[in-house]
Design a protein around this ligand. Structure first.
Ligand code: PLP
Length: 441
């Protein structure tokens, strides 16, 4: 019998060996592993990348249609980010942020604060590793802030239907996608769940007065299915929070760093939160890093003598990782040197017109777009919503692969969320591949 860990090389190509080992040892996120491990499933092993293109182990190239799960901004192996990483590697690759500090993290915090001040009250940056923890720490800061200011009764949170704020238990408690999170209810808290402004405004005073904070994904809900908020909603939310004394958390883990056409989505309505959560695109997509920005007022409430125990007892081993922070600084530089946001505007318009063409297809029920975030919702034979069990969205994405597009669907909404650096020609190619995928239904 062959040893599964060491399949004889003469019988296995390098790719086949990797795939065999993957199926033997790896558990993939958000993946039904029975289908993944099935003999006829051939996962792509990605080995190379440049700009908006990735290559698999057989040398086939694909446009990265979902920015490697919504993270990539300036393209893969961006020269500026790569150079910053190399140079940081020559100095120090990791240093504890508990008890010591480091230059890239300090520079990054000050760059982020300089960027959002004076328009906002955000002045302090707390680093973590991912979007879920960026939200998690905002929850804990909000809760402890109210305890420290004599309002321990403000210990509840409000969140929207269809929201997605991450997978750690606190962040998942706020999630409004029941199929992801309901089974974890025994280890989650129950937020006040609202569908929209009307629900929020209708909450009784007893309930609003006990809210620590309200959380929203500004402009568009991502993982909940690319759902657009009506214009002006953020302004109304801010006014309601001011009136009721509720803290406001913006989860810009997806929408941050140009995704919606501005560096931060909330800038489009001139509204700022009490906590701004950033992750995915923060490093340009090169390394995991997250930042939670908050105000001087929140920060000051935690100041005191050690024995008062006002300290925020929260942190992760890799908080403020110098390599990740160096990548983030280089990404912010690229926004300036490459005028990324200016260059993006015509591409956003091109995406709109390409989506308009897709909308004419009988297989398409609706298209939704916010900047460089697009959702193409599929339709059944007579325009009705599809039975999600058929996994039509996933099948369309698979059918687009041979035409050179890698992307994912959220049930029957196919997403197109390309790196901001994608060229107009590549964008046309990506949408054309999607069209061919749709037509093959
Ligand atoms: C992806 C995402 C998260 C979670 O980020 P992770 O890095 O995957 O933990 C949180 N909020 C939003 C809006 C997201 O899109």
């Amino acid at each position: 019998m062959t040893d599964p860990w060491n399949p004889p090389t003469e019988q296995h190509s390098a790719t086949a060996r990797l795939v065999a080992l993957d199926k033997l040892c790896v558990w993939h996120p958000f993946t039904q592993m029975k289908a993944w491990c099935a003999a006829d499933h051939e996962p792509l092993v990605l080995v190379d990348a440049e700009g908006a293109v990735v290559w698999d182990s057989d040398g086939r190239s694909y446009l990265d249609g979902n920015s490697s799960i919504w993270t990539n901004i300036h393209g893969h192996r961006h020269p500026g980010i790569a150079a910053a990483l190399r140079s940081q590697l020559e100095r120090i690759e990791h240093a504890s942020f508990l008890g010591t500090t480091n230059a890239p993290a300090i520079e990054l915090a000050s760059r982020l604060v300089a960027r959002v001040a004076p328009a906002s009250n955000l002045r302090k940056v707390f680093f973590t590793d991912n979007g879920s923890t960026a939200v998690e720490v905002a929850l804990k800061m909000a809760l402890q802030y109210w305890q420290l200011t004599g309002r321990a009764d403000r210990c509840h949170f409000a969140a929207f239907d269809h929201a997605y704020h991450g997978d750690t238990s606190g962040a998942a408690s706020l999630g409004g996608v029941g199929s992801f999170f309901d089974r974890f209810a025994p280890i989650q808290f129950q937020p006040t769940r609202v569908a929209g402004l009307a629900d929020l405004f209708a909450l009784p005073d007893e309930e609003t007065s006990r809210l620590a904070a309200l959380i929203i994904e500004p402009l568009v809900q991502g993982a909940g299915g690319i759902r657009l908020w009506p214009p002006g909603l953020l302004r109304d939310l801010r006014a309601w929070c001011n009136r009721t004394g509720t803290l406001l958390i913006f989860d810009e883990v997806l929408t941050g760093f140009g995704r919606t056409g501005t560096l931060f989505a909330c800038e489009q309505e001139g509204v700022w939160p009490d906590f701004l959560c950033l992750a995915k695109g923060l490093t340009g997509g090169a390394l995991p890093l997250a930042a939670t920005l908050t105000s001087q007022t929140i920060f000051d409430a935690f100041l005191g003598e050690f024995e008062e125990l006002k300290t925020l007892f929260y942190g992760h081993s890799y908080c403020g990782n110098p390599l990740a922070c160096a990548a983030a600084l280089a990404s912010l530089d690229a926004f300036e040197t490459e005028s990324t946001l200016e260059a993006l505007q015509p591409k956003i318009r091109l995406l709109s017109s390409l989506l308009e063409e897709l909308k004419a297809l009988p297989q398409v029920r609706e298209t939704r777009q916010c900047g460089f975030i697009a959702g193409i919702e599929l339709a059944g034979a007579s325009g009705e919503p599809l039975d999600w069990r058929l996994q039509t969205g996933a099948r369309v994405c698979m059918a687009a692969r041979p035409h050179g597009l890698l992307t994912r669907s959220i049930l029957d909404t196919v997403t197109l969320i390309p790196p901001l650096c994608i060229t107009e020609e590549q964008l046309r190619t990506a949408v054309h591949a999607l069209r061919l995928g749709l037509e093959s239904l």
